[in-house]
Design a protein around this ligand. Structure first.
Ligand SMILES: [Zn+2]
Length: 306
């Protein structure tokens, strides 16, 4: 496919042709991570802009340390899918207004609300796509498979972003959904990079807490948490059990992990989300942490996270 807006990405992201865009961190992140300075020792201010633009559902553009990163691309118009899922709202804008994208962080590929038809098409033109081993198998070599706590380095014009895959549980604690539940979260870190947790489709407070504890040890205090909430439910899976964070649990996670800011995604545009942004705001108010929530409205507008 010929998409000039995406073709520009490779030139913009690589500082020098001799520098590979993506470098492995040697498997397990522990050894590497231990060397990373705690956030208090990091240079300030943060390198470049730190913003988020919500497109709809789980889809957002994160501008961080010189990179433009797209989360879970969904750009279809409202429609019903064979899976039974239904998209209920149009994206804030189409791929034609996406601008340069350096990398896609794809929490999983097997559910329409995290990767729809248009989103799937545009992956081909993005230089780096990081996702699960299952996504790599299904989508091909263009997608880099990441296992939990493995890391890749994303070299940008602003420096290096270390992307670490972190566990996520797409359903209740103790339940193994097999391949259908395979999903990953991500943590971004590095010199001048605000440490950022992207939960992916995770329903478990326990898993988020474990991620938070390890992140604190390895990378220092969490700056920003991007939480996929909305309590996705469908009668077809585990009798309507929540498959992503409920509003209440998102607030519990936010209180526990204590990031400076929380970006709420995955609460709109799809019929399987049973809890909306309003209930999320209420839950954060009950926990006394509403001020952490970033108001992404209206969708399609860039919000400052710095
Ligand atoms: Zn999913």
């Amino acid at each position: 496919m010929n998409r000039p807006f995406l073709r520009a990405a490779s030139a913009a992201v690589v500082a020098s042709a001799s520098v590979p865009l993506l470098a492995g961190c040697g498997g397990e992140a522990t050894a590497d991570g231990a060397k990373t300075s705690p956030s208090a020792d990091r240079p300030s201010p943060v390198a470049g802009a730190f913003t988020v633009t919500h497109v709809g559902g789980p889809t957002a553009i994160l501008e961080i340390a010189g990179a433009r990163i797209l989360l879970d691309p969904t750009f279809d118009q409202p429609k019903r899918y064979e899976s039974g899922l239904e998209k209920t709202q149009a994206p804030a804008f189409g791929p034609d207004r996406l601008g340069r994208i350096d990398a896609v962080l794809l929490s999983h590929d097997q559910h329409d609300d995290n990767l729809d038809d248009t989103g799937r098409e545009l992956l081909k033109d993005v230089p780096v796509v990081l996702s699960t081993p299952g996504a790599h198998q299904r989508l091909g070599d263009h997608v880099t498979a990441m296992t939990s706590w493995s890391s890749k380095e994303l070299r940008t014009s602003g420096g290096v972003i270390k992307v670490t895959a972190v566990p996520a549980l797409h359903g209740p604690d103790g339940v193994d959904r097999g391949a259908d539940g395979e999903v990953t979260g991500f943590v971004l870190s590095g010199e001048g990079v605000p440490t950022t947790y992207i939960s992916g489709d995770n329903a478990s407070v326990k898993v988020a807490r474990q991620v938070g504890e390890r992140v604190r040890k390895e990378f220092g205090p969490l700056d920003t948490a991007i939480l996929f909430a909305g309590a996705a439910r469908t009668p077809a899976i585990l009798d309507n059990a929540p498959l992503t964070l409920t509003s209440e649990n998102a607030a519990v996670v936010a209180k526990d992990l204590d990031p400076r800011k929380v970006v709420p995604l995955h609460t709109d545009s799809w019929n399987i989300y049973s809890e909306d942004l309003e209930s999320l705001v209420e839950a954060f108010q009950k926990q006394g942490i509403a001020e952490k929530l970033v108001d992404l409205r209206p969708r399609g507008t860039e919000k400052d996270l710095s």
